[in-house]
Write a protein that binds this ligand. Structure first.
Ligand code: ZN
Ligand code: ZN
Length: 604
């Protein structure tokens, strides 16, 4: 639950923030190479970019061209490659060394974005083997649910966009060559869900609108055709699934990618993994090196947790001798203290109470300044995005930086009593604050607020996931170091358990995609070694099969930020100031950590 919520937050974050700073006035004031860069990659570039990617434009709150659905055929891919190639050429006419550090960071982010697009289209080629890439639902749902324009205007945009849905799914079918069974399953499940966007809710919205009778009848026809196209895709995938099962051998744990005579493995293998890692994480370190660091970190954490559990044992089990096995001892103490948790009725009030308390804490402890002029609103997750995560953050988009931020929490009414109890035990008295710290203060919410003030649109749109997730994980550490939770052994034990999860995410992801880790080995890692529940194992195993490298972001970003801070502390000695370190770090937006380090040390 936590990680899907973190993922949702990231999805929200990756498109966030930033005021358009690339106006002609700033371009004039900038030194010549900076100005040249800003002319080439300012507003004009973005209007081309959004024309190429209207779905992502909608996610970012940019609605010009929202009525266009791109049909993912050969021509669209050629168009994309042509654009990206031209931009790359243009970019490389500017020498990054001649740019000021913040603009150089933008240069690096664009370079990485363009090259990773080329790599995805020509090397990874997931458009051939991942049928879940094809799903029209999200942008439609956003257009219908976001109040950016009068409802009639939004409905007309939807109506226009609907026209191409049948072509879209026809192109999807002809793209798919050798899909993995896991991505076929996911595509079936998610496209079934997509039908909901074109159901009763939409019919009611149309009925209540001022659209003319003629418009309504066109709309009706297009909805019927779109629903048929989606259902057609689902049945086509179901047939494909049967055919694959009948004619191909299944892939084993040590099969990677595609091979003749067996189904394609969801495990992408070492070569593609390292490449994807370089594009996504941008740390300069190899995935293999991160994996080895994660292994060592895991051992360190388990040792610390074992000592804390030993210390706590007599308090919770006064009449019983402690087990000799460290894992068993730790697991039993964790299970016992997890019984202290909120009730379903006071869970949300507790979250609401925590946020201002966390803001007070970071201000009073000199960790960073939080702007409290526009408080975060805690609300029930809107219906169309429920069930993905226990909680998520909805920040304002880059084109609407003044808008309200929401912290969404899935209502308990949709859980069985047993599920609710298991959720509440996981988010117990000590875990809940860590979760809220991660999502809000000083985690994601604060990071986004700072980016809003100072980062460029490039850093907002193409921000680095490891920096975003790493900051939230680092924020937890920052709070614990400042004495949050009263230095109690319980608080530290539960904190390390949560932290261990980030570390094990890396071990799992690399293990599965590169080393052939089996489901049984994953269970040993997550349930036995890292004290997670069966539900968490199920969710994580599912996630690792349909994504790669994403799960590395937490530990990669966190350890990079933490290590950078420790280096700087050593260098600066008594001159080191924690508050200004945090605030300056955040002022560079979501650039990759090594680049922020370069900028911070250059501008000292
Ligand atoms: Zn997160
Ligand atoms: Zn209970």
């Amino acid at each position: 639950m936590i990680f899907s919520s973190a993922l949702a937050a990231l999805r929200a974050c990756s498109g966030v923030i930033g005021v358009l700073v690339l106006t002609s006035a700033t371009a004039l004031a900038a030194p010549a190479p900076d100005a040249a860069f800003q002319r080439a990659f300012g507003e004009h570039f973005f209007s081309d970019w959004w024309r190429l990617y209207p779905d992502s434009a909608i996610e970012n709150g940019y609605y010009k061209g929202a009525d266009r659905l791109v049909v993912p055929d050969e021509r669209a891919r050629a168009d994309e490659l042509e654009h990206v190639g031209r931009w790359l050429e243009q970019l490389h006419r500017i020498d990054p060394k001649s740019l000021s550090p913040p603009v150089r960071a933008d240069w690096v982010l664009l370079d990485n974005q363009f090259k990773s697009t080329q790599w995805e289209l020509t090397q990874l080629r997931d458009w051939q083997w991942d049928p879940s890439l094809y799903n029209v639902a999200d942008p439609f749902a956003l257009l219908l649910a976001t109040n950016y324009a009068p409802v009639e205007q939004r409905l007309r945009t939807v109506m226009k966009r609907l026209e191409k849905v049948p072509d879209y799914y026809a192109a999807a079918r002809s793209n798919i060559k050798d899909p993995t069974p896991e991505h076929v399953d996911l595509a079936i499940q998610q496209n079934r869900g997509a039908l909901g966007v074109f159901g009763d809710g939409l019919a009611k919205q149309i009925q209540a609108s001022m659209l003319s009778a003629a418009e309504r009848s066109v709309f009706d026809r297009r909805i019927t055709a779109a629903r048929a196209a989606i259902s057609g895709y689902v049945s086509w995938l179901e047939a494909l699934q049967k055919k694959m099962a009948a004619t191909l051998r299944p892939a084993g744990p040590h099969d990677f990618g595609a091979a003749a005579g067996r189904v394609r493995s969801f495990r992408i293998g070492r070569e593609l993994y390292e490449q994807e890692f370089a594009f996504q994480i941008q740390s300069g370190e190899s995935a293999a090196a991160l994996y080895h660091r994660a292994q060592q970190e895991k051992e360190r954490l388990l040792e610390r947790m074992g000592l804390l559990a030993q210390l706590l044992w007599p308090k919770y089990f006064p009449n019983e001798a402690p087990p000799g096995d460290r894992q068993e001892l730790t697991a039993r103490v964790i299970a016992e203290i997890s019984r202290q948790h909120a009730t379903p009725a006071d869970f949300v009030p507790e979250v609401k109470r925590l946020i201002p308390q966390l803001e007070d804490w970071v201000n009073e402890h000199g960790l960073l300044e939080v702007d409290r002029s526009k408080p975060l609103v805690v609300r029930d997750t809107p219906e169309y995005k429920r069930g993905v995560a226990g909680g998520s953050l909805d920040p304002p988009g880059p084109y609407n930086p003044g808008a309200q931020s929401y912290f969404n929490i899935d209502p308990f009414s949709e859980l069985t009593a047993e599920q609710a109890e298991s959720f509440l035990r996981e988010y117990n008295r000590w875990m809940l604050p860590i979760f809220v710290i991660h999502e809000t203060v000083p985690g994601h919410y604060v990071q986004l607020m700072y980016s809003n003030r100072s980062a460029s649109l490039i850093k907002s749109v193409f921000g680095n996931g490891a920096t975003i997730e790493g900051w939230a994980v680092y924020g937890e550490r920052m709070m614990m170091e400042s004495g949050y939770g009263g230095e109690s052994a319980e608080q530290w034990l539960i904190y390390w358990k949560w932290n261990l999860r980030s570390v094990c995410n890396t071990i799992l992801d690399y293990g599965v995609h590169v080393l052939g880790m089996s489901e049984a080995e994953a269970r040993q890692l997550l349930v036995h070694d890292a004290f997670q529940g069966e539900q968490e194992l199920r969710e994580k195993w599912h996630r690792v099969k349909v994504t790669s490298v994403q799960l590395d972001m937490y530990f990669a970003g966190y350890s990079a930020i933490y290590d950078f801070r420790e280096r700087l502390k050593k260098q600066q000695g008594r001159a080191f100031d924690l508050k200004s370190f945090h605030e300056r770090f955040l002022s560079f937006g979501s650039a990759p950590v090594p680049l922020i380090e370069e900028m911070m040390t250059a501008s000292q």
